[in-house]
Structure formats: C-alpha cells, structure tokens
Design a protein around this ligand. Structure first.
Ligand SMILES: Nc1ncnc2c1ncn2[C@@H]1O[C@H](COP(=O)(O)OP(=O)(O)OP(=O)(O)O)[C@@H](O)[C@H]1O
Length: 267
C-alpha cells in the first residue's frame, strides 16, 4: 500500500472547522474569551499570538480535552463541543501536542499501529467468529502503518523505542499516528518547536504534501517563517481574543498585532 491510498477525511468529510463565540475560563482568567473564526477546508490556517494568548486552551477545547463554558464548535456543520476526545477524533479531527506524547516503551511501529480506525479484533467475539477477517484487518493496518511511517521518513527508526528517538522524530510519530485515522483536519501544536532544521524541513514538506492532497490544517507556531510561508490565513490571538485575521502579509503589518507582541512576552 502506498500513501496514495490515504484519503484525508475519507470521501465524506471536508475538514471545515467553525468556532463561534468560544469561551473558556480558569477561575478569574478568561483564557479563551469569545473567540470566533473558521479553518477553511483544504487550507492551512495559522494560529499565532504571544505567550498566554489562549491558543493551547482553544486547541484543547476544540479537540475535546477541555469543555467550553459557552459558544459552539462545529466540524463540517456538526457540533463537536462537549464531545470527549475520542469522539472528536472519530469524527475526523486529530491533533498533535506541543510536547509529543508517544508511548516511550513501545516501538515507533507499535505506536502508529495503536491507532487503527476500526479495530475488528478488539471485539472479542470476532476473534472466534471471524478470525480471517481479523487477520486481514490486521494485515491492512500494518501495511497502512508502514506506508505512513515511510511517508513520515521514519522507516529507519520504526523498530526503535519511541522514547529513544529525537524530539523532532517524535513529532513525526505524532503526525503518523494522526494520519492512521484518515482525519479531515489536523491541529498541530508547535510542530517546529525544538526541532532541528533538517527535520523541520521534513515536517514542512509532509504538511505541504498532505495539504495538496486536501488535508486541512490548523497550526499553532511561533516560528514566523513557518507561518508566513505555509499558511493561507493567519488568526492572531492576544489575551483570549482574536485581534486580527487575514492573509499572512496583512497580519504581519497590522498595528494591533505588532503592539500585542511588543506589549506581551514576544514569541
Ligand atoms: N489548566 C489551567 N489552569 C489555570 N490556568 C490556565 C490553565 N491552562 C491555561 N491557563 C491560563 O490560560 C491562559 C492562556 O494559556 P494558554 O496556554 O492557552 O496560552 P498559549 O497562547 O497557548 O500560550 P503559549 O504560547 O505560551 O503556549 C494563561 O493565562 C494561562 O496561565
């Protein structure tokens, strides 16, 4: 199987994400304070802002790790706010973390294999009643995992423990795990942080190629070269609110954006 067989979101989902008036507080802090914007299908949307702007809190709310206090989050017109992470994931939204979270004691291949879309074998009666189907499904998953691992440039380390490879390679393992579920949209939390320049090029290449195949991305990143060269649109948050949204070059020249970065802890 080659990576060509992967279809972002399958045929049914476009990966459109709509966030409307999302609010999430931690005691007195309104970390996300009435945020509205959309990530258009097939596009790469950048989410930037000074430290503490609320970007990660918003990601956590979208991916189901945190609830919103109010507001709506829709994926392809279906409400996903209030759903637990595995439900959001199964609807076609995958995310990666700023600090990768692989199972360090398992190999890269095992980490990727942990995320098959529909694990027939997990239904215990299938192993008795439909052993052939289970074996075929496992073979298909293994082929898919291998194709994705190759696509992510990880073949050489597929037998190594995920805890023993570099931080940049772990970010690629996270991307590989996300791809196993054929998501329609992937949320990337600082894919470039702590990654050496050569691996960063690989990550950027993979994102571009997936995007050309129709994958939608929403990306938090402090690396401005990355944002400016990769994103179709940039949304800027500061103190929990969206303060600007538009084309990368317009956002960079926006006075309120410059002030937010100078006034806050510049990224
Ligand atoms: N679990 C939490 N409990 C209390 N306050 C929190 C929690 N998570 C985030 N916050 C606060 O919410 C605000 C937004 O934080 P968040 O991490 O979302 O910002 P960010 O834009 O992702 O920042 P960075 O770029 O540094 O990662 C900050 O004031 C932060 O201290």
């Amino acid at each position: 199987m080659s990576i060509d067989a992967l279809s972002p979101g399958g045929k049914r989902r476009s990966g459109r994400l709509d966030i409307r008036n999302a609010v999430r507080s931690f005691n007195a802090v309104r970390a996300v304070d009435g945020v509205s914007f959309s990530a258009e299908p097939g596009k790469i949307t950048g989410l930037i802002g000074p430290n503490g702007a609320g970007k990660t809190t918003l990601f956590n709310a979208v991916a189901g790790e945190l609830g919103v206090d109010s507001g709506e989050i829709r994926l392809d017109d279906q409400r996903i706010d209030g759903l637990p992470p595995h439900k959001v994931f199964s609807k076609g939204l995958a995310r990666t973390f700023q600090i990768p979270r692989p199972f360090g004691g398992m190999t890269v291949l095992e980490n990727v294999m942990l995320v098959p879309p529909a694990q027939l074998g997990e239904r215990f009666w299938n192993t008795w009643l439909r052993p052939g189907a289970v074996a075929r499904e496992e073979k298909k998953n293994l082929e898919k995992a291998r194709a994705i691992i190759e696509f992510c440039g990880l073949t050489k380390v597929e037998r190594q423990l995920a805890g023993a490879i570099s931080g940049g390679q772990q970010k690629l393992v996270e991307l590989a795990r996300a791809l196993m579920a054929d998501p329609a949209i992937i949320l990337l939390d600082e894919p470039g942080a702590g990654v050496n320049p050569a691996l960063l090029d690989t990550i950027v290449d993979r994102i571009v190629e997936l995007n050309q195949r129709g994958m939608t991305f929403l990306v938090i990143e402090h690396n401005m070269d990355f944002i400016m060269s990769l994103c179709d649109k940039v949304v800027v948050m500061a103190a929990g609110k969206v303060i600007a949204e538009g084309l990368p070059e317009d956002v960079r020249a926006d006075k309120s954006v410059v002030e937010a970065y100078l006034g806050g802890a510049a990224a």
